[in-house]
Design a protein around this ligand. Structure first.
Ligand code: G6P
Length: 480
């Protein structure tokens, strides 16, 4: 079979350009989407004729021209989509992150319904379509990612019907009762947008079922074993739980930088137990609830005072949105209260970093900690949970995981908790700290084997192979 060209499309490119005091900084972008798709591209060798990654660089065209000289060598070509700042603000801070994000993460009271934001969201999707139209032709594959780009598949389908288009949603698709809170014409347009793809993928069965229900309620379209017949086309809906590059994490245990970091931490801890968490700044991640539970743990089990330290890393994100800035203030305040009220001169219960971690620092922490606390209030998947498990080549450490994370479906050997239940979480912290080595190993082995058997490569290959299959079925269907 002839190799095809692949266009990956996401809001963000895998690098972000920061304009700072007259100079430009090229930084790796953060978040699950970029991490996973980057690993897939790095692994896909020469399976495609060529690969392009289309997204917004977050800077002016002139800065992009200058920054593109410093970009890391990659297996793909960068295709920037240039958007005016104000329009981008309405699209990204507005509709994507103040309407869709809170609705999809079950925070309906945080959702705003601004017509201006919605129209600019459509306009930015139009810019994506126009950029793609300059390079794409029938026969190419376009793989669209995430909630920023819900209308794009249908828009592209209209101008280039012969494209093979896949769409993957990296966040939860909410129950119809939440989706329907948006104005009816928005609901219709967004769902029709997604159905412009040949294959629509989600992390879990629940998200796929919610989507199918919304399609039925809003568009009146039924499905037959996850296949929707829309006019002359077939659209398949299926589940692909995203994963990580297992070997990269599993083999990092003995890396010199990782071991050095681990040893440094062990010296600093002076025999204390280590709890660890890392998240992007986001109200959906439950950082505040987690800290409350830690405080409750220290009050309920005072024998642990002075014997445990919680290293909490929060990666800056979306701080142009009031709800995020507010969350940051709440976290800062709570940490300072815990340290000043529960800690003392000789012991600081929480060590806090508001910044991204380099790979070796991150794996150093994953492998030095006794317990990883991954307790989102809602999360599409959560790759940190998988990275932690993959990093524990020593089969030690305990994962405390929220049942509200997509990852809980696969990692049922973690200690599962409801993040709203402060007492339960406090109790599980104790249970995790007291778990014997044998049980830790038993649970770790089960979880590691699951992740090792379905890596990000399998995720992407499954998606791509199903995309090809549905395309073939669709062609047969159209010939009838
Ligand atoms: C989540 C989303 C991604 C997004 C990432 C980081 O993982 O699913 O689409 O890129 O968060 O968020 P940001 O707003 O910084 O791109």
């Amino acid at each position: 079979m002839q190799k095809q060209r692949l266009f990956i499309v996401s809001n963000r490119l895998p690098v972000s350009i920061l304009e700072e005091g007259g100079s430009l900084k090229v930084l790796p972008s953060s978040g699950g989407l970029v991490t996973a798709v980057n690993s897939f591209v790095a692994m896909s060798g020469n399976a495609y004729k060529d690969i392009s990654w289309v997204g917004v660089p977050g800077c002016s065209p002139a800065s992009w021209m200058e920054a593109s000289r410093q970009l890391p060598q990659t297996a793909f070509r960068y295709v920037p989509v240039m958007v005016f700042k104000e329009q981008y603000d309405h699209y990204y801070n507005g509709f994507a992150n103040s309407t869709l994000w809170p609705l999809c993460h079950y925070f309906p009271s945080y959702a705003e319904y601004s017509e201006e934001d919605y129209l600019d969201y459509l306009q930015v999707n139009e810019h994506f379509a126009e950029t793609l139209e300059q390079s794409c032709v029938a026969g190419d594959i376009v793989w669209i990612h995430d909630y920023h780009l819900l209308p794009l598949a249908a828009r592209l389908r209209r101008s280039i019907p012969g494209l093979t288009i896949g769409f993957f949603l990296h966040i939860p698709f909410p129950s119809y009762e939440l989706f329907r809170l948006m104005p009816r014409n928005w609901q219709q347009h967004l769902l029709e947008g997604m159905l412009g793809a040949d294959l629509v993928g989600f992390h879990t069965m629940d998200y796929a079922a919610h989507f199918l229900q919304s399609v039925q309620m809003v568009l009146g379209l039924n499905h037959d074993r996850n296949i929707i017949r829309q006019k002359d086309r077939l659209v398949k809906v299926d589940v692909f739980p995203i994963s990580i590059d297992y070997n990269k994490f599993s083999q990092a245990y003995d890396d010199i930088e990782v071991s050095t970091m681990r040893q440094k931490l062990q010296v600093q801890l002076q025999g204390r137990k280590l709890l660890f968490s890392v998240d992007r700044l986001d109200y959906s991640k439950g950082v505040h609830h987690r800290l409350k539970a830690y405080e409750c743990f220290l009050k309920q089990y005072p024998e642990y005072r002075g014997k445990v330290v919680f290293v909490i890393v929060v990666v800056p994100s979306r701080d142009g949105i009031a709800k995020y800035a507010e969350r940051k203030r709440m976290i800062d305040e709570l940490i300072s209260n815990i340290n000043s009220q529960v800690g003392d001169i000789t012991w600081q219960p929480v060590i806090y970093q508001y910044n991204a971690l380099a790979f070796a620092e991150m794996v150093g922490l994953y492998t030095a900690c006794d317990v990883a606390l991954i307790t989102p209030l809602r999360d599409g998947m959560n790759l940190v949970a998988k990275e932690f498990v993959a990093s524990r080549a020593d089969k030690r450490g305990v994962l405390v995981l929220s049942e509200m994370a997509g990852a809980a479906r696969e990692l049922s050997d973690a200690l599962l908790i409801n993040p709203n239940d402060t007492r339960e979480l406090a109790g599980k912290i104790k249970e995790a700290l007291e778990m014997d080595a044998e049980e830790q190993a038993l649970r770790m082995v089960q979880m590691r084997s699951r992740i090792a058997h379905y890596t990000v490569k399998d995720w992407a290959e499954d998606f791509m192979s199903e995309l090809q299959q549905i395309k073939v079925r669709q062609e047969q269907y159209q010939e009838l």
